[in-house]
Design a protein around this ligand. Sequence first.
Ligand SMILES: CC(C)(COP(=O)(O)OP(=O)(O)OC[C@H]1O[C@@H](n2cnc3c(N)ncnc32)[C@H](O)[C@@H]1O)[C@@H](O)C(=O)NCCC(=O)NCCS
Ligand SMILES: Nc1ncnc2c1ncn2[C@@H]1O[C@H](COP(=O)(O)OP(=O)(O)OP(=O)(O)O)[C@@H](O)[C@H]1O
Length: 229
Amino acid sequence: MRIVGLTGGIASGKSTVSNLFKLHGIPVVDADLVARDVLKIGTGGWKKVVAAFGEDILLDNGEVDRAKLGHVVFSDPDKRQLLNRLLAPYISSGIFWEILKLWMKGYKIIVLDIPLLFEAKMDKWTKRIIVVWVDPETQLQRLMERDRTSVEEAKNRIQAQMPLNLKKTKADIVIDNTGSREELNEHFQRVLTHVSKPLTWSEFALSRQGAFVASILIFVGVIICRKTL
Ligand SMILES: CC(C)(COP(=O)(O)OP(=O)(O)OC[C@H]1O[C@@H](n2cnc3c(N)ncnc32)[C@H](O)[C@@H]1O)[C@@H](O)C(=O)NCCC(=O)NCCS
Ligand SMILES: Nc1ncnc2c1ncn2[C@@H]1O[C@H](COP(=O)(O)OP(=O)(O)OP(=O)(O)O)[C@@H](O)[C@H]1O
């Protein structure tokens, strides 16, 4: 199995690139969706967060008020680190289960869309890493437009992550998403060709099909040994 990491800065275009992968039949594990699941009412993550941040961050129906919690953690690095520490184990195991489900379905190539891939040291799980990069002004503009936030709020969110230029230096593949969607599509086709190359032997061995072949070989080996002994 080939596990490709997809990361970048907030609003750099990871979800847009993820959607292109999905359109081409490559499944994506979205860490933001996993992070939402682990904060669902009554879950272990929800209990930890309520115990640490108090009931003030809840809506009347008991769900986490994401906007309020976001406001708290993106303006206070200590509180953000606390939230990250509390949720990290739940998010990693959630991602692991998603990978396992795709493995069992027989997918040979999967993409992990993880905004904090480097920050959370999950880059060790991935074979190749794609960083979606944009120039800083475009990033700020797109973030403010998408989330309808103030400049200050948007800058707080951008500064809560490892600088995008540093992430770029750690990438195997950089997608520059500063241009139009058409330019992104063109660039994506080249990335898709690269990502879809035939699996190496070690990647094949890690796939469900590889495990199947290995078990057949072991079975045949045992039969031969029994007959010859
Ligand atoms: C603080 C929360 C409630 C705010 O929710 P909100 O709906 O406003 O934002 P959403 O979850 O859609 O995240 C949007 C983007 O913010 C960035 N972001 C989210 N959490 C963090 C964080 N802890 N540090 C830095 N950036 C973050 C990511 O780029 C993400 O794509 C939420 O982001 C959260 O629970 N964060 C902690 C979990 C986490 O680390 N998520 C990232 C997955 S690796
Ligand atoms: N090439 C592009 N041209 C114009 N707008 C774009 C382009 N790529 C992405 N966008 C827009 O920019 C915004 C951010 O993109 P997207 O949501 O894909 O970023 P993201 O990296 O997944 O963000 P987050 O970290 O918050 O999950 C969205 O509104 C998206 O529609």
